[in-house]
Design a binder for this molecule. Structure first.
Ligand code: OTU
Length: 670
């Protein structure tokens, strides 16, 4: 436990100053017990916010003044926090691993495409409960700009719900309902940029000095050109370049930094006013009852000449300060980093060494997702195993989000170094994956499309639904029963590996029913140039009706998935906190890893080929497993060990342990 007495002298001085000067703000406004809790947390996390903030803004003349403003806002937000959320804060502080439990299973959807409105989502909660969902990420739902809005990632008003979806009251009601059911709510905080129709941007454009400093703007091309030399293109097709000329802005016009689309203006975090604005939005969302804030496009928050302007050290200072501030005011709320970056950069978002627990609790495990698709296309797992060996084995206080698909594209982000280490030629492997999943490769089972084709570099990414990429679309088209069977097996294999890992597994709308690509976006001029819409399906409730019928494709996938989820929920061996040991299984088609927890050991083996495969039965003795094995996924059946070999069926995934090690979920605390 940190306390004021072990702080560095300058921090202690600043803290004492704040406490003396600011105490009056609390008196009479809050219950004395609340004041005690506030000061306890403030003391506990003070240096986490003080150090990064002084590094970022300490040199400014108005630093102290801004710090005072920040403090005032924290007190206000804390005072406004509803009682039930304050109680939840306390509960979660005593169970800091609440989001690491094996019961955590996520689902992501667009409110309108899933159920029309927020009220509609409430009506569908029994469906999500049937699936076993305990974490719901609703895609952007705050008021976007009109016209194209990058799927809602161009927000015009952060304090309003998109009017066709409902109202703020509906959102609060939904959050309450979710909380009663034990489902956490995740919402996006789009903090790298705002829509050019957002009030700040409008006022900047009109030349208001204060708001001009909210953005990165330039009178001519000299600086933009200098930055461009090292900047990559995020959307090379629809939004080439990183700057947009805004005619008539603040006089003649200016170049505005727009990393993504021209209508998404990057915020300038060198300005503490911007920092404060975002803090306020965090409080606002937290007090509505949001549990998880998804920090959209986190890597891009800080720009530096001569770099790719991603993952700059200041990004981590910003997150650390945000983290500490929200921990003081609303510690029940956690952060999810949306950082699709190489693994070495990613771990920083989760916190490493001295910053453990000071960054985000959650981050997308893009690497694992990409490796799964790579293994499925090639039928080989060497690359996967190699990368797993290099990844950090145990991260304290945080969890990866493991997923197969989301609303974005799949970019083949394995590093050149890793590809070379396993004998692949990096650009050829990536080209193969693009060809395979866009269906261009001879003999491919996949139906998908390309996204973000960069004509000058030849780079491209892939888009498509899990089912279509795994071969279901083609198999159905051909009416080939055996191919349908294989496609379903592939889908359940991928889910089985995702659910058979720590962290939070996250399903994407329709994956539970095997929904196929949705090409209808091509008819909609607002979406036609963004192929990511191929995998943003409208929920097919008719297909959902068939989910209990095992004779249907939907029923086979849904029931198979529910079975995996229930199995996961019943064992604490899939709690996030475990020692992970990747294994070289001796059979390149079979992925293997062990998870060791105090109460027992779990082994996962997954066959990525369409044939039976064997590995040496000895492999199953890792971690001291003794005696007869059980496969949690096929209760009661004998594990097929034959003459020293363990046999794994085509595309099968096994979760092995022993009767003794099998641990009910209650065996794990927190
Ligand atoms: C995110 O993705 C969202 O998920 C996208 O849907 C948005 O378009 C985008 O931000 C802008 O708001 O480049 O291809 O490392 O990869 O922020 C997706 C993070 C993206 C980026 C990520 C971005």
């Amino acid at each position: 436990m940190h306390n004021v007495f072990c702080m560095a002298p300058e921090v202690r001085e600043a803290f004492t100053h704040v406490k003396e000067v600011e105490s009056y703000r609390l008196e009479g406004r809050l219950d004395p017990r609340d004041i005690d809790v506030f000061w306890l947390r403030f003391e506990r996390y003070f240096d986490d916010l003080y150090y990064p903030l002084s590094a970022l803004y300490g040199d400014r003349d108005d630093a102290l003044d801004k710090f005072g403003q920040l403090f005032g806002r924290m007190v206000e937000a804390y005072g406004q926090r509803p009682l039930d959320l304050k109680l939840l804060d306390l509960e979660r502080q005593f169970t800091p691993q609440w989001f690491q439990r094996s019961q955590m299973v996520g689902y992501t959807c667009y409110t309108d495409r899933f159920a029309g409105t927020l009220q509609g989502v409430r009506d569908k909660l029994p469906y999500l409960e049937e699936l076993g969902i305990t974490y719901l990420h609703l895609m952007p739902l705050l008021e976007p700009r009109e016209g194209p809005s990058d799927g809602g990632y161009a927000v015009k008003d952060y304090r309003k719900v998109r009017s066709d979806l409902g109202t703020l009251v509906d959102l609060i009601d939904l959050a309450d309902d979710l909380r009663r059911r034990g489902i956490s709510l995740c919402l996006d905080l789009v903090l790298n940029h705002v829509a050019r129709e957002h009030e700040w941007a409008v006022r900047a454009r009109a030349g208001e000095e204060r708001y001009l400093h909210y953005f990165h703007t330039f009178p001519d091309r000299s600086l933009p050109d200098a930055y461009e030399r090292t900047l990559p293109e995020i959307f090379p097709e629809e939004a080439p370049g990183n700057f947009t000329w805004v005619e008539g802005m603040a006089g003649e016009g200016r170049w505005v930094w727009t990393t993504f689309n021209a209508y998404q203006w990057d915020l300038n975090f060198t300005n503490p006013e911007v920092f404060l604005e975002i803090v306020e939005l965090m409080f606002f969302l937290a007090n509505l009852g949001v549990d998880v804030l998804r920090l959209d496009a986190a890597p891009f928050l800080w720009k530096r000449m001569g770099t790719d302007c991603q993952n700059q050290p200041e990004v981590f200072q910003l997150i650390q300060a945000f983290r500490a501030i929200v921990r003081i005011v609303a510690p029940g709320v956690i952060f999810k980093a949306e950082a699709i970056v190489p693994p070495d950069a990613l771990v920083q978002y989760l916190g490493v060494k001295s910053t453990v627990e000071k960054q985000c609790e959650l981050a997308y495990n893009n690497q694992r997702m990409v490796l799964l698709w790579s293994a499925l296309a090639t039928g080989h797992t060497t690359l996967f195993t190699h990368v797993m060996h290099r990844a950090p084995q145990l991260l304290i206080g945080c969890a990866p989000i493991n997923y197969l698909r989301n609303h974005d594209d799949i970019g083949w982000a394995m590093t050149d170094e890793d590809l070379r280490a396993v004998g692949e030629t990096p650009h050829l492997h990536r080209r193969f994956l693009n060809d395979f999943y866009s269906g261009r490769f001879e003999g491919s089972f996949a139906c998908g499309d390309l996204f973000g084709v960069n004509a000058s570099t030849g780079d491209a990414r892939v888009t498509g639904s899990t089912a279509s990429l795994a071969g279901l679309e083609l198999a159905l088209e051909q009416g080939d029963e055996a191919a349908i069977h294989r496609a379903i097996a592939r889908i359940l294999l991928l889910h089985g590996v995702t659910l058979g890992a720590g962290g939070i597994p996250l399903l994407h709308t329709g994956d539970e029913l095997g929904l196929l690509n949705d090409p209808s976006y091509r008819e909609d001029p607002l979406k036609a140039n963004d192929s990511r819409w191929l995998n943003r399906p409208t929920m097919d409730w008719e297909k959902a009706e068939r989910r209990h019928d095992r004779h249907t494709v939907e029923g086979r996938i849904f029931q198979g998935l529910v079975h995996q989820i229930r199995t996961r929920r019943r064992t604490s061996l899939l709690h996030g906190f475990a020692l992970l040991q990747p294994m070289w299984t001796g059979n390149d088609h079979v992925l293997g890893y062990g998870r060791k927890r105090p109460e027992g050991t779990l082994l996962v083996f997954a066959n990525f080929s369409g044939d039976d495969q064997a590995i040496e039965a000895e492999m199953t003795r890792w971690g001291g497993l003794e005696g007869e094995l059980v496969n949690l996924l096929i209760p009661g059946a004998r594990v097929p060990v034959d003459r020293g070999s363990l046999w794994i069926a085509p595309y099968e995934v096994m979760w092995l342990t022993t009767e003794e090690d099998r641990a009910p979920a209650e065996a794990c605390c927190g």
